[in-house]
Write a protein that binds this ligand. Structure first.
Ligand code: ATP
Ligand code: MG
Ligand code: MG
Ligand code: MG
Length: 464
């Protein structure tokens, strides 16, 4: 079953159950300046859940384009390392605004998976929040899920909240078991981080309102928000384990191989490039432009990572922008806005590629030399020099170092950055060679959240 068919079947199924089909909103959220990118289907309905926006419907369904490459949800560092994470993906969702609650949400999900898609029940695992007896009862006694594939989870993985205050509630998640050939334990076990049991669908039950003191008050009209990754359910339906083996990715991977002259289609860099062209093309379509701060800097970081993976495949000339046409062939039908923006997207990418090409080669030589000399940890001033002089975002350097099992001295990087700031302050204003402009004390360094996450992931990686 093709991905486009699954998307269609999902929307039609929920439409037949009284849901209004709502188009995907753009990746730049129109209603929330604090959110970097749209990262879930519920984002465009946030004000509806809060009761601040009224719609002519109480049930909705959508296939939402999402990016998780910064902010609270950042999967950038997972791309190329897991079979299931992308920077850009599509989230299928059904929503109830004070209408149906747990019972119907659970029944619809189970019916869609086991009847419409005919997935064998034995392949599915279900989790609920440990204290959610109501959901447990529906799953075990009404739906009849096998208790040996049912897990109560006490962590925040199964408790969702919009923010420190506001709507929140328990979740119930559905996992697919890809079989014993893949490493990883079932949900809730010590090695649940593996890729054998893959989370496909999250059902969020918005049940409480958390006040400023942290107290939970029951919502008068509880709501439902669900999200299922289209690429993950497509992998299940297409009988493959990795998302990168589904139809949506295969043509992109071949196109990336064509443009980089890579011979081996299983090369990891091709997957990363295929992931990144989706994120970059849709971000530019939705109005983001590569730049040195905020959303633009996240986009620049993703583009530079893609270019570096091309370089890793020995493609040193601009190639990335040529994948836009291939992407439009794969996704243009579902997203006509991409086709409309196609020429502009390619032009923006090309310009960014040409710009980075000027410093990439020299930067790589500096980095290679440093990696030969410095084992275990890359010195902070090397990281800073790459950032400052060669335009290497820190996460890019970290990604390359990680491939060699080398950590980055973040503290050293920070103090090199601070020294530079001091000098900049003294001089009033300063433009660094990498193109990053410093305006004395008002300078902000973006991408820090990712840095910290990266440090954590690198530490885990080093542990083995
Ligand atoms: P995981 O634990 O695998 O990182 P998650 O718990 O962060 O997933 P949710 O926030 O619950 O994901 O999002 C709902 C659904 O969206 C997930 O069940 C999954 O199918 C899909 N999804 C989430 N993140 C990604 C991603 N980076 N790439 C592809 N699909 C994703
Ligand atoms: Mg996640
Ligand atoms: Mg999860
Ligand atoms: Mg989840």
């Amino acid at each position: 079953m093709k991905s486009s068919e699954i998307r269609q079947k999902f929307l039609e199924f929920f439409e037949s159950h009284g849901h209004t089909i709502v188009a995907s909103s753009p990746l730049v959220p129109g209603n929330d300046p604090t959110l970097l990118f749209t990262n879930a289907g519920m984002v465009q309905f946030k004000d509806v859940f809060l009761g601040q926006d009224k719609r002519p419907y109480v049930r909705a369904t959508s296939s939402q384009r999402c990016v998780r490459a910064g902010g609270k949800h950042n999967d950038l560092e997972n791309v190329g390392y897991t079979a299931r994470h992308h920077t850009f993906f599509e989230m299928l969702g059904n929503f109830s605004f004070g209408d149906y609650f747990k019972r119907n949400a659970i029944r619809y999900a189970w019916e869609f998976l086991t009847q419409v898609l005919a997935i064998p029940q034995e392949k599915l695992w279900v989790t609920v929040y440990a204290e959610d007896d109501e959901a447990a009862d529906i799953w075990l006694n009404e739906v009849g899920v096998d208790p040996t594939r049912f897990v109560r989870i006490a962590t925040m993985d199964n408790f969702w909240q919009m923010g420190d205050t506001g709507p929140c509630g328990p979740c119930s998640e559905i996992f697919y078991d890809h079989g014993p050939d893949v490493a990883g334990g079932p949900p809730g076990s010590a090695d649940a981080d593996g890729d054998r049991y893959i989370e496909i669908w999250n059902l969020v039950f918005m049940q409480y309102n958390r006040d400023i003191s942290g107290t939970l008050h029951p919502l008068p009209k509880p709501s439902v928000d669900t999200g299922m990754g289209l690429e993950r359910i497509s992998a299940v339906m297409q009988g493959v384990h990795s998302n990168y083996d589904i139809d949506l990715f295969q043509d992109l991977i071949k196109a990336a191989a064509r443009e980089t002259h890579a011979q081996d289609l299983s090369n990891n860099s091709l997957k990363v490039i295929a992931d990144h062209i989706r994120a970059c093309a849709f971000l530019i379509t939705d109005g983001v432009i590569p730049g040195n701060e905020g959303r633009g800097y996240v986009l620049r970081r993703i583009i530079r990572r893609a270019i570096r993976h091309g370089y890793r495949l020995e493609q040193k000339l601009p190639f990335f922008h040529r994948l836009v046409d291939d992407l439009a062939k794969v996704m243009g039908q579902a997203y006509p806005e991409l086709v409309d923006a196609q020429a502009r997207v390619a032009a923006v990418l090309r310009q960014e590629e040409e710009r980075f090409a000027e410093t990439l080669e020299n930067g790589m030589q500096v980095l290679e030399a440093a990696l030969r000399e410095q084992s275990g940890e890359l010195a902070g001033d090397t990281v800073f020099r790459l950032y400052d002089t060669f335009g290497f975002p820190v996460d890019l350097t970290a990604d390359i170092a990680r491939e060699r099992g080398v950590r980055i001295d973040y503290a050293g990087f920070e103090s090199a950055m601070e020294d530079q700031r001091e000098r900049a302050r003294a001089a009033g204003k300063f433009t660094m060679q990498g193109g990053v402009e410093y305006h004395g004390a008002s300078t902000e360094f973006y991408g820090y959240d990712s840095l910290q996450q990266e440090a954590r992931i690198l530490a885990l990686y080093k542990q083995g």
